[in-house]
Design a binder for this molecule. Structure first.
Ligand code: MG
Length: 151
């Protein structure tokens, strides 16, 4: 089985939209540090096409799928909200105990990491980093096409 790690914010959850809608986003100390915004991770909307695409991967026997998201250090409530968020949008049977929160994504062993940013170890990931939102992987359709070809 090929191991796939999927980032949450900017890949599955629409963090940028949530940031823009948050009433404190332009106020110190949250301006420039949206990861600190109270409750920011709780009610994010999914990225278009993300839920269907991730379900396809979760249901595919060829892939072993985990969410791999950063653990917002200054916003521990966010850890809980990330756990609740995946349970809200995915079938418990498919995602139970498959959420990893880490600032050191390069320490995880696997084949693919789907992530929109190079930070927190993403660009040093030992497998293949699929840079979500880049020209090569602008959306979920392009990611699925690529993985289908690789398996
Ligand atoms: Mg991200």
């Amino acid at each position: 089985m090929k191991i796939i790690y999927i980032d949450l914010d900017g890949v599955v959850a629409d963090f940028e939209k949530g940031r823009q809608k948050h009433s404190l986003s332009n106020i110190t100390p949250y301006k420039g540090r949206p990861d600190k915004l109270p409750g920011i991770y709780e009610n994010l909307e999914p990225i278009p096409g993300a839920i269907d695409a991730v379900n396809k991967l979760l249901e595919d026997q060829v892939f072993d799928v985990y969410f791999l998201s950063t653990a917002p250090w200054d916003n521990p409530e966010g850890w809980m909200h990330k756990r609740l968020w995946v349970a809200k949008f995915f079938d418990e049977k498919l995602i139970r105990k498959r959420l990893i929160l880490s600032h050191h994504k390069h320490l995880l062993i696997g084949d693919y990491l789907i992530d929109d940013r190079r930070f927190n170890g993403a660009s040093e990931f030992k497998g293949e980093w699929l840079h979500f939102g880049s020209e090569r992987f602008p959306d979920w359709k392009s990611v699925l096409n690529y993985l289908k070809y690789k398996k």
